[in-house]
Design a protein around this ligand. Structure first.
Ligand SMILES: O=C(CO)[C@@H](O)[C@H](O)COP(=O)(O)O
Ligand SMILES: [Co+2]
Length: 217
């Protein structure tokens, strides 16, 4: 599986080092959680941070937009160097427009579903995305508890993709993935998992934490 460390759990005073550590430890991509204090009750990064991190790493940068009016933020994040931009279906009445805007840039497009949103909500969008992000916590914070029922959505997304050759989205799981949970995520056929607090914490260094996750897959 691919691992996408989320820098939301890293030291905000040294994000460039956090990204370098992840790259050296063999991370596959960097997950950047963007929050506006409206769609979720927290604030985090703007496009300037992506621009800074773009200069630090060749790893793909994926932006998880947790904002209202995500359409307004597609171009700034793409211009800053995002390789993938993911939009919550719950965050806009104009999800097709948001995905089309992403495809007007060089970035790939992803759609995100909250724990309370069924896969059926996005079935008409699946041909239009390169990635589906299944939230296994309610978004807003790192370090929350994994909600296991959401793994059924991974089963559904794998089955739908297997049935239709024209669909080629990757399936990513985000929230509460740690050494105790990662095996169940891998088992269900997800392609990528996000790990925030399991990678960036005071217990061990980033390389040790990533190795522990890989060993537990
Ligand atoms: O999008 C989010 C939270 O809203 C996630 O990307 C978390 O930041 C992941 O952190 P952990 O749950 O792995 O600690
Ligand atoms: Co995220």
């Amino acid at each position: 599986m691919q691992i996408a460390p989320s820098i939301l759990s890293a030291d905000f005073g040294n994000l460039t080092q956090a990204v370098r550590d992840a790259e050296q430890a063999g991370a596959d991509r960097i997950h950047i959680d963007v929050m506006d204090g409206q769609f979720v009750p927290n604030l985090s990064f703007g496009p300037q941070i992506v621009e800074v991190l773009r200069r630090e790493t060749d790893l793909p940068l994926e932006v998880h937009l947790m904002v209202e009016h995500p359409e307004n933020w597609v171009k700034p994040f793409a211009a800053a160097g995002a390789d993938m931009i993911m939009v919550h279906v719950e965050s806009t009445p104009h999800i097709h427009r948001a995905l089309s805007l992403i495809h007007e840039t060089t970035a790939k497009a992803g759609v995100v579903i909250n724990p309370g949103t069924p896969v059926s909500t996005i079935s008409f969008l699946l041909p239009s995305v390169e990635q589906v992000l299944v939230m296994t916590v309610d978004p807003g914070f790192s370090g929350q508890h994994f909600i296991p029922d959401n793994l059924e959505k991974v089963d559904d997304l794998v089955t739908i993709r297997d049935r239709d050759d024209s669909l080629n989205y990757t399936i990513e799981v985000d929230g509460g993935v740690n050494v105790d949970r990662v095996h169940s995520v891998a088992n269900r056929g997800a392609d990528i998992y996000v790990a925030g607090s399991a990678v960036y914490n005071d217990e061990a260094d980033v390389a040790t934490n990533i190795k522990r996750l890989r060993d537990a897959e």
